[in-house]
Design a protein around this ligand. Structure first.
Ligand code: F0G
Length: 395
């Protein structure tokens, strides 16, 4: 395996700490000779089941038993949306309750292999929570920078309890995109601080394992996979996983990749659908704070995943997101955070012409209870009597 620029193919050794190509400044990926893994034996469960596909040594692994998340058959919503077979891959069932743990177990293992003393990220919340937990487990210092005011409290609490050094940028002075720029600069001039945003291709290698799990659960790849996009690492990683599993002979087909953004933060949809030349939105805004991102670092990878797979990029409104969140919770028993409800909102709005559809719900609903309670009716007050309860709830 080797690091390779996705644009000009310049290669870099695995032990070089580098995140953008020295020649053309584009992002890098880990080139894996998946054909050589044909027939390889997979054992155990979760992310490390797929160790032969990963660019770190399993002996050094820093793990909290991530991956192996629930794969839920959703017949009620499937029927309502006109889909033959709808499954939800519920990433909120990871150790810190988001898909980031798949990437972080590999990324922090890489940090240990590179003798880092500290790891850092900019975050809308989930990356920070995951980084903090895995850094704690590994005995590394965690540095986290978040945009002020718009990060769900549950995620901040996780970062704090796991012992991260956390700072926020005042809301008027900057957002996630500014935080991203600052931590990139910090890690570039501080050799010992290892950057663990999704611009780090090692982290994405962990995230690609979701594709492997879906394929093993179904016996082949699905027809379409729908997921939210923010910094666009996850769609890129999962697409890479599907391609590698097919190249290694584990599957016969590839899914269409459908990336969903919130209307107020849709730079990738603008590029794919309107031919915008810049992947940039100046003031991203959405109730789905996890994907409130205007300058996604992995946008070229995401656009390639969408185009090469025959997929599409779509947008949904905040109201549609919150309605889909309630519908998934009330009809299938799955409570996900607003960003994770965006793909459900898309399916509800547009349906899809595909037999087997997998929707990736990226984070647990309890991370952001405020998003639910802000729009919920107040809870009725009753006296401690049955008659009062009957009257209040019309029983
Ligand atoms: N869903 C959730 C719940 C997220 O936290 C994120 C990203 C995404 C979707 C989008 O994934 O960036 O790979 O396209 N959260 C990052 C963070 C940015 O800092 O936690 P992506």
């Amino acid at each position: 395996m080797i690091q390779r620029c996705i644009q000009c193919d310049t290669t870099y050794p695995l032990d070089q700490v580098i995140f953008t190509c020295e020649r053309c400044q584009c992002v890098l990926e880990i080139a894996v000779d998946a054909a050589s893994l044909s027939g390889v034996k997979l054992s155990g469960r979760g992310v490390w089941r797929y160790a032969p596909f990963l660019p770190v040594d399993v002996k050094h692994r820093v793990s909290l038993d991530e991956g192996g998340t629930g794969f839920h058959d959703c017949p009620t919503l499937g029927k309502a949306f006109g889909i033959d077979r709808l499954f939800v891959k519920n990433e909120g069932e990871n150790p810190t309750c988001s898909f980031k743990d798949r990437g972080m177990t590999v990324g922090v293992t890489k940090a240990i292999e590179m003798n880092a003393v500290a790891v850092a990220c900019a975050s809308t919340g989930n990356t920070a929570a995951s980084l903090a937990a895995y850094a704690g487990r590994a005995g590394l210092k965690a540095i986290v920078l978040v945009p002020g005011g718009k990060v769900a409290m549950g995620k901040i609490a996780q970062s704090v309890v796991h012992g991260a050094q956390i700072a926020q940028i005042a809301q008027v002075e900057g957002n996630f995109d500014d935080a991203m720029r600052v931590v990139q600069e910090l890690s570039a001039d501080t050799g010992s601080v290892y950057l663990l945003n999704s611009i780090n291709p090692f982290r994405l290698e962990g995230q690609k394992t979701l594709a492997f799990e879906v394929c093993e659960a179904l016996g082949d790849a699905p027809d379409a996979l729908v997921l939210p996009m923010g910094n666009a690492g996850n769609i890129s990683a999962i697409w890479k996983g599907f391609r590698e599993f097919k190249e290694a002979g584990f599957t016969t087909k590839l899914p269409r990749m459908i990336g969903v953004q919130a209307e107020g933060a849709a730079p990738i949809a603008n590029v794919v659908n309107e031919g915008a030349s810049d992947c940039y939105v100046a003031n991203p805004e959405t109730v789905a704070t996890a994907i409130r991102i205007g300058a996604p670092v992995n946008w070229q990878k995401a656009v390639a995943a969408i185009r090469d797979s025959g997929g599409l990029a779509a947008t949904v409104s905040d109201d549609e997101i919150l309605a889909a969140q309630r519908e998934l919770a009330q009809r299938e028993g799955l409570f996900v955070e607003p960003a994770s409800a965006a793909p459900i909102a898309y399916l509800k709005k547009h349906g899809i012409d595909a037999g087997t559809v997998v929707c990736v719900t990226t984070g647990h609903g309890l991370k952001d209870p405020d998003a639910v309670l802000r729009v919920a009716p107040p809870i009725v007050q009753v006296k401690p009597t049955v008659s009062s309860l009957r009257e209040a709830l019309k029983l």
